[in-house]
Design a binder for this molecule. Structure first.
Ligand code: ATP
Length: 872
């Protein structure tokens, strides 16, 4: 059942060849064809193979240092050292490999959440199906912003154009129509076709699926669906870069240390070399890049659980730093569950009752609303369906509400559709030419001020007042109008001034309770929330009040915005929170104006024309349910539930990720310094090493990567949403951090030397003294971990002590490992350790407590000093 050159055949011929009808396939037929043709899917980009991923772990300075050291120790025939070093290399590579695998799996899971859906006719009913379920013969409904889900032969096109750059390289959208074109027309000129993967930029239409999956044009050239970007963000790159330079610096310093120790210190080369290798390994923060990546991956997963799907990883950083959120109203702040509650016609005012979208309910008082209902039902793209006694809408909920109303007012209404002017947020109305009983009528609905202007014989001031009054109640107001038509198409040029006004419909769309909470949360977090809506100023202000925006009293309309030039707009934009009757172009100007004021902006959008604003925003957010594919592709973040509360949740997670990165770094760098410094000092001062080289390798292997990793799983600290946003360009490596490294490094040196000398003074063997030092280092690292878990407040709370499951699992594992090397004879042989007496074990833990107390006191003083001069 393949079609040759569908573009050159008539639509009917294509339908016939695919044994399909204009009402689509029956659900059974579609299912059986799916068996035959397989899912409409392109092969995934081949990921990196496990082997390549494993080998890539060896591309880092630390591993080079270790491998070099292994060679040297082997030449010196120090086989135990060689074995330990190689074990460390393998261990490091394995951990990196597993972590990266987890991170990639998290991203792959996200990718599948972004699978597009398509509106199709099945058995004459409009239904929404997974893009992968399309089969040849399906009839697909398209509107501006849709991504074409398969190769389609157009059956109908109304002002349709598509952006086909991915296939033709042509960036100007191509106009489309249902008429056949020459058989030898090149791809870009086949106007009767829509190609899979291209974007509908304007208009609406219907198309017959003629090819799916790899048989589509894009499939044939091996094009790939654009998915989620890889795991690199500016921050990860910064970390990689930083870690690389730091490593090189450390290697250089180690070389100097080696030369110094050999030529000036007179140490024997073999033991000196091992000590220097130990220093280098201890100091290089090898876990940092891997832990950064895993922290981001965990953030991605946490956001996905809160219905915010990250498309571009840098957005994780951006969303955590936003200071303004510009949000749509309908469906984001409100439920987008609409109902017509009030109708005003020249005959009177009617109150409409009912439940949900059920097309039954009372209208008071009784009256003739048949013409009004007919227009409401026919100027409409939605469909109602009763599933399990519950009425649901396929399509726009506002249109669903109009259908339900029409059902209440007049019962079933049917007519053949001849022509359409699709709704466009720039002209704000929609018109449908329908024929019933030989009568052709153009039905129009849209924003009142727009539609009323097209009507004749209407008392404009009166009806403006009525619309205003409805809007003030928070109702969404639509005006309906009609005219008789003679031709088979709407005569677009003569519409103005020729319509007969039918009346106004007022629809409720209640605020989401969780959005009200989320707005309050954002305000507490120092984030200003602004509503940008295409709706009427009165309606917008009423909803803004109900939702709790900071300044609901001042409304700027699209017309106001047009009057302001950019500098004026930048002046006005900060204090105004409600923007009404805007078009998508205004969003771009608003983002730019807010950014000009130094703010970091999150912007939501759903339509194809919102794409530029989404791209420009610091965090572009698209709606997953009602958003167009065009908007999703431009966005950094997609909301799976279109809910404002999910934006607030994403901000919280974004802030948590940033904090956790900060914690990972604040733990790793001072710890690395603390491990290396005692050895360096001992070498310089010609003292016995408190920790041997092999022991340092051991500490690194068991503790650094594992303990640091626990911080990636930290939950949000209390008060995460009570702090003002961080500056977008705030660096991670701050003066505070440098001070922390110095402080912790010094405390490590003092404690380790203290314990070591105490042991020697008690007459313990060198092995035992070194074992005590090793355990001291690990205990300090654990206490440091608990300290770092709370950088904004005290660590002395039950929650802080209770920690997370990950923290305690890691600590138990590390403790068990320490007991093993301290008390198991084979490991004692390998690492040169000795059993530590119980009392000294307690002393080590006590040293950890003192270390913790000192750092905690320092933190309290630092935080106290910071809060006192005014509110931070
Ligand atoms: P938001 O930007 O918060 O989602 P919105 O959905 O009201 O708000 P638009 O979709 O731009 O924004 O709609 C602007 C106005 O156009 C609406 O207030 C309504 O009066 C009118 N309108 C919206 N959808 C339709 C439609 N399908 N047919 C006719 N008129 C419409």
């Amino acid at each position: 059942m393949t079609l040759t050159s569908p573009h050159s055949q008539t639509a009917q011929a294509c339908l016939d060849q695919l044994s399909a009808g204009p009402g689509g396939l029956s659900p059974e037929e579609a299912a059986s064809r799916l068996e035959t043709y397989g899912p409409n899917r392109l092969p995934e980009a081949a990921g990196r193979s496990a082997l390549v991923r494993f080998l890539s772990q060896f591309r880092n300075v630390l591993i080079y240092v270790l491998l070099g050291a292994a060679v040297v120790t082997a030449l010196l025939q120090h086989w135990v050292d060689t074995a330990v070093i190689l074990a460390v290399v393998a261990g490091n590579a394995m951990i990196g490999f597993l972590q990266e695998g987890k991170a990639e799996a998290a991203m792959a899971a996200i990718r599948s959440m972004l699978a597009p859906r398509a509106a199709v006719l099945r058995g004459g009913q409009r239904v929404s199906v997974d893009g992968t379920a399309l089969v040849p013969g399906d009839v697909v409904l398209l509107e501006a912003g849709d991504k074409v889900p398969a190769d389609l032969r157009l059956l109908q096109a109304h002002g349709l154009s598509a952006q086909e750059a991915i296939l033709t390289g042509e960036s100007v959208p191509a106009d489309k129509s249902a008429a056949p074109v020459a058989e030898d027309a090149p791809l870009g000129d086949r106007r009767s076709m829509l190609w899979s993967g291209t974007l509908v930029t304007q208009g609406s239409g219907r198309g017959l699926v003629v090819a799916t999956g790899t048989h589509t044009e894009i499939g044939r050239i091996g094009g790939l669906l654009s998915g989620v970007e890889t795991l690199k963000t500016p921050l990860v790159e910064q970390m990689d870069h930083f870690a690389r330079w730091l490593s090189l610096l450390i290697v250089l310093a180690a070389a100097i240390l080696l030369a110094w120790g050999y030529f000036l210190g007179g140490h024997p080369f073999a033991s000196l070399f091992m000590a220097v290798v130990g220093v280098a390994v201890a100091a290089i923060p090898e876990g940092l890049p891997a832990v950064t990546t895993i922290t981001l991956a965990i953030g991605v997963r946490a956001m996905a659980q809160r219905h915010a799907i990250i498309r571009r990883l840098p957005a994780i950083e951006a969303i955590g730093s936003v200071s303004v959120i510009c949000t749509d109203k309908t469906g984001t702040l409100t439920r987008n569950e609409m109902a017509v509650v009030s109708v005003e016609t020249p005959d009177g005012v009617f109150e409409v009752q009912g439940d949900g979208y059920a097309p039954s309910g009372a209208i008071q008082p009784r009256g003739d609303l048949s013409q009004f209902a007919r227009t409401a039902a026919l100027c409409n793209d939605a469909a109602l369906a009763c599933k399990g006694g519950h009425w649901i809408v396929e399509g726009d909920p506002m249109e669903g509400a109009l259908l339900a109303f029409a059902g209440k007012a007049a019962g079933g209404i049917d007519a053949g559709r001849l022509d359409v002017i699709p709704f466009d947020s720039r002209h704000r109305y929609m018109a449908v030419l329908a024929e019933a009983g030989g009568e052709r009528i153009t039905h129009v609905k849209g924003a009142p001020e727009r539609v009323m202007r097209m009507c004749h014989g209407i008392d404009l001031p009166h009806w403006h007042d009525r619309a205003e009054a409805m809007a003030k109640r928070g109702l969404r107001v639509l005006a309906l109008a009609m005219r008789h038509e003679t031709g088979p198409e709407i005569d677009r040029d003569s519409l103005d001034g020729s319509l007969t006004f039918l009346g106004l419909a007022g629809l409720i769309d209640p605020p989401r309770p969780e959005a009200i909470e989320a707005v309050a949360e954002c305000r507490a977090a120092g984030i200003r929330v602004k509503m940008i809506t295409g709706d009427h100023a009165g309606t917008a202000a009423a909803i803004a009040r109900q939702i709790g925006l900071e300044n609901p009293h001042r409304v700027l309309t699209g017309a106001d915005l047009d009057r302001l030039d950019d500098p004026q707009l930048a002046m006005e934009v900060v204090d105004c929170d409600v923007f009404a009757r805007t078009s998508p172009e205004h969003k771009l100007r608003l983002v730019a104006a807010l950014q000009a004021r130094g703010l970091s902006v999150a912007m939501t959008g759903d339509g194809v024309n919102d794409a530029p604003a989404l791209k420009r925003a610091d965090a572009g957010i698209a709606m997953g349910l009602k958003g167009s594919e065009a908007a999703k592709e431009a966005a950094d973040l997609v909301l799976a539930d279109d809910n404002f509360a999910s934006i607030a949740a994403a901000v919280r997670e974004g802030r948590t990720v940033w904090d956790n990165l900060k914690k990972v770094i604040s733990w790793t760098l001072p710890t690395s310094a603390g491990q290396a410094l005692p050895i360096i000092l001992a070498l310089f001062l010609g003292l016995a090493l408190p920790v041997t080289a092999v022991q340092v390798l051991w500490i690194n292997l068991v503790s650094s990567v594992t303990l640091g990793l626990a911080l990636a799983f930290e939950p949000s600290e209390p008060g995460t949403m009570a702090r003002p946003p961080r500056r977008r360009d705030a660096p991670l490596l701050t003066g505070d951090l440098v001070w922390h490294i110095v402080l912790v490094g010094s405390l490590f040196v003092a404690t380790v030397f203290g314990m070591f000398n105490y042991a020697l003074a008690r007459g313990y063997s060198l092995e035992l003294a070194q074992t005590i030092s090793v355990n001291t280092v690990v205990v300090l690292e654990i206490f440091h971990l608990f300290f770092i878990r709370n950088i904004y407040g005290t660590s002395l709370t039950w929650a802080a002590v209770k920690g997370t499951k990950v923290v305690w699992t890691v600590i138990l594992a590390v403790t068990a490992a320490q007991f093993a090397v301290t008390y198991l004879p084979p490991l004692q042989m390998l690492l040169g350790t000795d059993a530590v007496p119980f009392a000294d074990g307690l002393l080590i833990v006590a040293a950890g407590v003192v270390f913790f107390a000192l750092t905690e006191i320092e933190k309290q003083i630092r935080l106290g000093l910071r809060v006192r001069p005014g509110k931070a």
